[in-house]
Structure formats: C-alpha cells, structure tokens
Ligand binder design. Sequence first.
Ligand SMILES: [Zn+2]
Ligand SMILES: [Zn+2]
Length: 220
Amino acid sequence: MHCLLCQGSIKPKEIFLDIIFLKNSGHLICPSCWQSFERIGPDHCPSCFKNQCKGKCSDCLYWEKKGIAVCHKALFIYNQAMKEYFSRYKFQGDYLLRKVFASELKACLSRYKYYSIVPVPLGQERYEKRKFNQVEGLLEAANIDYINLLSRSDSVQQSSRSKKERLHKNLGFKLKKYRKYPDNILIVDDIYTTGATLQSLKKLLYENGIKNVKTFSLAR
Ligand SMILES: [Zn+2]
Ligand SMILES: [Zn+2]
C-alpha cells in the first residue's frame, strides 16, 4: 500500500498498529504524514477552538459584539501540512484525499446526535471549476448523512471583502425552501479562519427560525 500523500509505502505492521490505536484514518496515509497534522491542544478558545488561547479569542469577542455567540468545534490546527493537504484536495482536485480524515470526522460528528448536518455550499462558478464540494466529499467519505439546505450565489471573492462587509451581505448565501426545517443544525466547513462564513450562516439560520445552530470545521 502507498501513502496517499507522499507515495511512500505503508508496512502492514504500521497498518495494524494504527488500527489498534485508532490513530490514522483508515491507514490511507503513512505514520509520518499522519504525524504532520497537529491536533488542537487542550488550551484552546472555548468558543471556537483556536489553538493556544487562554479564554476567548479576539475573533470570538468580535462576533459577540455583533450579537453572535460562537459555538464552534474544530479538530486540527491549520498548519503547513493541513494547508498542503487542502491545496491538493481542493485546488488540484485530488478527490481520493477526501478519505484521509473519514474516521476522525465520523467519530466526532456522531456526537452531534440530534443535529442535522448542513455543509457550506460552493458558489456555482467554483463548483463548476472544482467539480465537487470539498465539504460534501469529506462527509460522504465518512458516511455521514447531510442535507443541502443552503445555496450560494456567485459574488465577489470572499477575500476581497472586509470582515464587516462579509457579515452584512451574508456572502450570497440563501436558505433553500424545505418542508420543515430541523430544530438543530450543525453547519460544517473545511477550514475556520475568522469565522465570517460560518457566523453569517448561523445568523441566517437563526433569522429563519432555526432554534439551535452550532458550527464545525476540520481545521482551525
Ligand atoms: Zn506519507
Ligand atoms: Zn475563539
């Protein structure tokens, strides 16, 4: 077997140990690639899981001032290895890589028992370019059911707008018509940076009468 990330071969003994310690998602990557991903440590922002934060981080304080209470969970630090992973998965379209975090995601998201999982959508233009939604790919690889409650119209690239502007324009997101919206929703994204995307989505869902909204991302 070969590692999906570095192409190095994976020895059967390593696969065995990984299964015993549940360390590596489905032994698709080698131990040294797996170790390059860093889990968020015990000292993190209690609201958004930003690593190495004592108390609430400045991003969360910013959202609180806007009247949005952050309730986010993330698993990994967005370090160099994670950056490279996402650049290959998303931008080079290496769709096999959706499986790398499958068992991590399954274990974590199955704790949100009474929540409906809703992935962050891509705009049409990006979807056509990439041919897949990277968040749906991660969820499907982990065999996690989700509902596509949100749509996104193409708009100016996110990064070219200020944080304030992004919050107010809702980033072009819309809630689709649905027979009955679930009471509890967990919005899932790949990466959480300032929280602009997820917090504006949360606001949109609350405005539409959804009772409980939490957010989750693989990396923070
Ligand atoms: Zn490797
Ligand atoms: Zn925070």
